[in-house]
Design a protein around this ligand. Sequence first.
Ligand SMILES: *Cc1c(COP(=O)(O)O)cnc(C)c1O
Length: 358
Amino acid sequence: MKVYNFSAGPSILADWVKEEAQRQFVDYCGCGMSVVEMSHRSAQYAPIHQEAKTLLKELMNVPDDYEILFLQGGASTQFAMVPLNLMPSGKADYVLTGHFAEKALSEAQKYGDAVAVGSSREAGYTYIPDVDSLACRKEADYLHITSNNTIFGTHYTRYPKNKCLVADMSSEILSAPVDVSQFGLIYAGAQKNIAPAGVTIVIVRKDLLGNASPVCPTMLDYAVHAKADSLYNTPPVFCIYMAMLTFRWLKSLGGLQTMAEINRDKAAMLYDYIDESGFYVNPVQKEYRSLMNVPFVTPNKDLDAQFVKEAAAQGLVSLKGHRLVGGMRASIYNAMPVEGVKSLVAFMQKFAKEHRND
Ligand SMILES: *Cc1c(COP(=O)(O)O)cnc(C)c1O
């Protein structure tokens, strides 16, 4: 049975990426070793590292005055690294748009005066606060946003203007073109839209490096990793290799403009059906609906549980919503084929028909 994995993360990877990694797994390009057993300083690994960087720069059109880093510790470690590196004056502003934004703020509060300058918490995080009316402080070193809210299914359609805008893009990086020059720093755990868990992508403007707090651990200092080309210590070589394969795959499909069109179509298929169904509900204000994570509910909790179970039996797996919101969530990242979304909609139609009068 064909299985479509709708998990929010770790999540689906492209078939081509997995198959290519499999073909090369035991004997990488005839060198007699696997990437998983290679020195990160070997002649075989160096081109993988460089190609991953070059392709990411090309796909995202990253300007020359930015560093691309491959780090570890997931997006959650960035919650600490950002304030430890980018907050020399001790003040930072945050927008609360979900669970991860809350975690990022509370981590930053350990290191300085970090405050929420906008929030949609009172409305259950069903929208993104107006980016022109945030209560930003002039003295704050940066403004932190979560560009796509994985659990609540919202995303920014426009970004606030700020001298140092920092964005957690974990769950939508590479889903559409972004103008990197609007940001001081972008970070993303790879396990949502790029690679297996284990590598975190950081794209940081070079002039922001070198201001780390005196108590910043060496391993959490961006400047240390930038100077060493992300080889200060052992990087997650296999994850970086898998990321590189995903970047090749995205390039072969036509890059991020093409992905944006495909992603818009996939999401529209799902939202349009939810809205016209008279059975399923997505609570998010329409203009802020995420193109990557689509939460929805049936008329009651028992039906939600039954939906998740029956969908899984049909090969539509990992549809259970996050424990904070319940219901279902379909994560339809880059690697989710259109056919997966079509199968989901077909299942939803059948389920609604059977249970409309329950
Ligand atoms: C998943 C996620 C995180 C947490 O990522 P880890 O790599 O598990 O630390 C943070 N922010 C967002 C937006 C996420 O989706």
